[in-house]
Each structure stands twice: as structure tokens, then as C-alpha cells.
Design a protein around this ligand. Structure first.
Ligand code: NAD
Ligand code: UD1
Length: 338
């Protein structure tokens, strides 16, 4: 099937994607510095698939080490999926240089080393954050882009860098995948999201309230121009998202140049709908209080995923209840994460 290098493959989306790729028969090498992940995630991926993958622990910015990964690969690496990076919006405001350095330099080094080794297919983890506060929803890939925090600006800058590389080298194929809000976990409950400290994102916050680690959820505002006043997002099951990457790997085999896809379900759900769905999944009430809006939040953002449907033959299969059941199952089986 081919050999794929997955940077950041030990993390939340990366581990689920490695699992799907191994199940499709791909050979995998992961480069991860384990700054936000544990080896255990990939051990469990190996156990679940009955297949072996190679984990090399180093920073993607370490050019010599990365060069050695390509040079010493048992079979030639044919494509790279680049998940590695930092992703906490609030932290990026506090530590902008850390975010620009980690996210941008890692991409520059990666692309330079890929070009040195004649590897010309790259899938990059972008985000719906590049749409800023969209003028309308659903958003299509040709909506104007902007950024409002250093994390989002790294994504937008990297998209621009990769477009420029493709312009200079049209044989360098790039898929920019703009993820909406990944939630859920593998249905086994053996791999899932394992945030450090108090989660910023809604789903892991709710599961930690349900398991008793946090007292109650603060709903960040109920005065948005949305049906129930709370923020609306396009939550997407991480397994669907992972399968989108397998489709993107296949797409890049056609040498399409640069392609951009929204990976979302096309449906928006409010914070209150999310709470109800977790209550159904767990059979327990979610204690919550309505608080003020969180700065930087938008009222509603959801995808038009039609382009990915048409060109990748991909669409999300799992609904919100399935996402919440799988998140809860993971949290119950692993109350302290990995
Ligand atoms: P994650 O933190 O679980 O995974 C990122 C992985 O990269 C971790 O395993 C971490 O140890 C590793 N890493 C970080 N910096 C590294 C470096 N310099 N060298 C090597 N490894 C490094 O995050 P995730 O949720 O799996 O996100 C994966 C990618 O998707 C990120 O680029 C993120 O910005 C993007 N994304 C995530 C979301 C989301 O909500 N989770 C939404 C949109 C986009
Ligand atoms: C956040 C990031 C975004 C990133 C995305 C990844 C911010 C401002 N944006 O988006 O850049 O791409 O994660 O998934 O951090 N909510 C609560 N209470 C909470 C947590 C969240 O009410 O404790 C609400 C939020 O106001 C929002 C919704 O839940 O309406 C989803 O929030 P979250 O999971 O943080 O995702 P985003 O804000 O969409």
C-alpha cells in the first residue's frame, strides 16, 4: 500500500489516523516528540490492529534526525501527514513565539527534508479557525480567511507557505484539511483524547464533569444569535476525521497539486444540544451554569463538506450521539487518560 510518515502521530487525531491507515495496510513511521502524547497510545493502536508501526521520538524541527528517518526508511516514504504542532488557542496568546516557532519551523524543516528526499505528497492539519468569524454558515473552502490569535495565524501562514511551495514546484502535492471540531474516540474505548490539565474544549470538559473530576460546566454565553443562544459548532467524530486522511492519501496519488477540503459533518449543534447528548450517553445529568461569552468565540461555525464528498468520496458517518457515547466510553475506561 505504501509507507506513510505521520508527524504527531501519537496524539489524539494522529493515533486514530494511524489505526485507520494500518487497517488499510499502510506501513507507518511516526515522528513525535511526545510533548503532548504518550507512547501508550501507539501501543494500543498496535494492539487494536495487530500490526506494528515504528515510533521515532524526536522534534520535527531536528533536521538531522528527520533526515535520518527518510534516509533509513525500510521502504521509501511516499507521503507525509503533518499533525505535529501546538494547538491551544489561549496558550498561543500567552506564548506566541513558542507557537510560531513550533508550528511554522517544524513545517519548513519537514518540507525541506521531504524535497531533499524527493517526497512530494503532504497532508496538513489545518483548522476551521482559518475562517475567522464567517459572514455566513455553512462555510465553503473559498470563503475568505483570517486569523485572530497566534494559533490560528500559524495555520493560515502554513497554508500560505504550502501554496507558495506548490506554485514554485507544481509537482509538490498538498492537501490542506480544515478540520471542524473533532470529538469522540475509537469505539473500543482504548484510544481517545487525553488533554493535559483542565480541558479548554467542550467535549473533554463535559466528560470530566461527568466522571467527577470537575464540578460543573460553564456555558460560555447564551446570548448568541443562534436557536438556543449558545454557540453552534460542527462536531465531527474523530474516526470519521481519521478516515478523511486515508481518502486524502489516496487523492494525492493522483498528483492533484494543491487541494483544500473542509472535514466536517455539515451540521451544527449548540452547547445545550451537546450537553443533552452526553446526558443520553451517560445516563447522568451534566451540571452546568451559564457564564459570560468567552473572548474570541464566534456564534456559529459549520462546514459545507460537499467538496470532500465529491472529490474524496468521503463523508462523515457518525452522529452526535455516537460521538458522545464514544467519548464517554473512553473516559469511563480511562478515567486518568493513558
Ligand atoms: P495533539 O496535541 O493530541 O497531537 C499533536 C502531536 O504532535 C502530539 O502527539 C505532540 O506530542 C506532537 N508534537 C507537538 N509538537 C511537536 C514537535 N515540534 N515535534 C514532534 N512532535 C510534536 O493534537 P491533535 O488534537 O491530535 O491535533 C493534531 C493536529 O490537528 C494539530 O496540528 C492541530 O493544530 C490540528 N487541529 C486540531 C484540532 C482539534 O480540535 N483537536 C482542530 C483543528 C486542527
Ligand atoms: C476551539 C478553538 C479553535 C480550535 C478548536 C478545535 C478557541 C477560541 N477556539 O474552537 O481555534 O480550532 O477549538 O476544536 O478556543 N464551550 C463552553 N464551555 C466550555 C468550553 C466550550 O460553553 O467549557 C463552548 C464554546 O463557547 C463553543 C463550544 O462550546 O461555543 C465549543 O468550544 P470548543 O470545544 O472550545 O471549540 P471552539 O471554540 O469551536
Amino acid at each position: 500500500m505504501g509507507h506513510i510518515l505521520v508527524t504527531g502521530g501519537a496524539g489524539y487525531i494522529g493515533s486514530h489516523t494511524c489505526l485507520e491507515l494500518l487497517e488499510q495496510g499502510y506501513e507507518i513511521t511516526v515522528v513525535d516528540n511526545l510533548s503532548n502524547a504518550k507512547r501508550e497510545s501507539l501501543r494500543r493502536v498496535e494492539r487494536l490492529t495487530g500490526r506494528h508501526l515504528k515510533l521515532v521520538v524526536h522534534d520535527v524541527r531536528d533536521r538531522q534526525a528527520l533526515d535520518a528517518v527518510f534516509a533509513r526508511a525500510s521502504t521509501p516514504i511516499e507521503a507525509v501527514i503533518h499533525f505535529a504542532g501546538l494547538k491551544a488557542v489561549g496558550e498561543s496568546v500567552e506564548k506566541p513565539l513558542l507557537y510560531y516557532h513550533t508550528n511554522i519551523v517544524s513545517t519548513l524543516v519537514l518540507v525541506e527534508v521531504m524535497l531533499d528526499h524527493g517526497v512530494n505528497r503532504l497532508i496538513f492539519s489545518s483548522s476551521c479557525t482559518v475562517y475567522g468569524d464567517p459572514a455566513s454558515v455553512p462555510v465553503t473552502e473559498d470563503f475568505p480567511c483570517s486569523c485572530t490569535n497566534p494559533y490560528g495565524c500559524t495555520k493560515l501562514t502554513i497554508e500560505q507557505i504550502l501554496k507558495d511551495v506548490n506554485r514554485a514546484r507544481p509537482d509538490f502535492n498538498v492537501a490542506l484539511l480544515r478540520y471542524f471540531n473533532p470529538v469522540g474516540a475509537h469505539p473500543s474505548g482504548d484510544i481517545g483524547e487525553d488533554p493535559n490539565g483542565i480541558p479548554n474544549n467542550l467535549a473533554p470538559y463535559i466528560t470530566q464533569v461527568l466522571i467527577g473530576k470537575l464540578a460543573e460546566l460553564q456555558v460560555h454565553g447564551n446570548d448568541y444569535p443562534t436557536p438556543d443562544g449558545t454557540g453552534v459548532r460542527d462536531y465531527i467524530h474523530v474516526v470519521d476525521l481519521a478516515r478523511g486522511h486515508v481518502k486524502a492519501v489516496e487523492k494525492l496519488k493522483e498528483n492533484p497539486g494543491i487541494v483544500i477540503y473542509n472535514l466536517g459533518t455539515g451540521r451544527g449543534y449548540s452547547v445545550l444540544e451537546m450537553i443533552r447528548s452526553f446526558e443520553r450517553a451517560s445516563g447522568k445529568p451534566v451540571p452546568f451554569a451559564i457564564g459570560p461569552r468567552r473572548s474570541g468565540d464566534v456564534a456559529a461555525n459549520f462546514a459545507d463538506p460537499a467538496k470532500a464528498g465529491l472529490e474524496l468520496g468521503w463523508q462523515a458517518e457518525f452522529d452526535l450521539d455516537q460521538m458522545c457515547r464514544d467519548s464517554w466510553n473512553w473516559q469511563l475506561k480511562n478515567p486518568d487518560g493513558y
